[in-house]
Design a protein around this ligand. Structure first.
Ligand code: COA
Length: 174
């Protein structure tokens, strides 16, 4: 039987930290499905298709990784594809409380899918998608923070949209 896991997140955008978790999961499981989701508690910068596209390009060379868009409950998706595990990355103790709560809720909803935590390596402990967005929109260097293959496109889009926002605010001031 194939060992399948799902790795959910909003990936707004994918970072080197996410790619590290994907690679580690791909070494453990036969198949990894990276699931791009809408987090209702967040305003997303990139739309869901852009986010999925950045990940597809980043994992193109890893044979056992697929990318899909999550519409609905994570545990229902996991059940549908026969995933035995939900993979989540842990960067710091501060991640743990929230992640543990999510894991317990998911367990309550579906007892058959276990959550597995993979710790981030030291160089990615500080990284998050919003850090990348903050640095990138200011035109600063995001090389090394996002996968090389999508670096230029992410940087270009961050700068372009930030300029549009600034024009909008400047227009509203007068
Ligand atoms: N490296 C770098 N950054 C990481 C990371 C890692 N290893 N692990 C997490 N992060 C960052 C993410 O980029 C994100 O950064 P941001 O807040 O700046 O955007 C932050 O840590 C939080 O990540 P995560 O906990 O994965 O939250 P998320 O918003 O990306 O995703 C879902 C949340 C989509 C997983 C969750 O809402 C979900 O499961 N939704 C599906 C619907 C559902 O079933 N809900 C019921 C579950 S209780």
């Amino acid at each position: 039987m194939q060992k399948i896991c799902v790795y959910p997140g909003s990936f707004d955008p994918i970072t080197m930290g996410h790619l590290e978790i994907i690679k580690n999961a791909a070494n453990i499981f036969d198949k990894v499905i990276v699931l791009v989701a809408i987090n209702p508690g967040k305003t997303h910068f990139f739309n869901i298709n852009e986010r999925a596209d950045f990940i597809r390009k980043s994992v193109a060379e890893i044979e056992n990784v697929e990318v899909d868009i999550l519409d609905g409950l994570l545990v229902n998706y996991a059940k549908k594809v026969g995933a035995m595990a939900i993979v989540k990355g842990l960067r710091a103790v501060s991640d743990f409380e929230y992640e543990f709560q999510m894991a317990l809720v998911n367990k309550k909803l579906n007892n058959e899918t276990q959550t597995i935590f993979i710790p981030a390596s030291q160089e990615n402990l500080y990284l998050s998608s919003s850090i990348v967005r903050q640095i990138g929109t200011m035109g600063e260097q995001i090389k090394g923070l996002v996968p090389d293959v999508v670096h230029d496109i992410i940087k270009e889009k961050l700068i372009k949209r930030n300029n549009l926002e600034e024009e909008k605010w400047a227009f509203m001031k007068y």
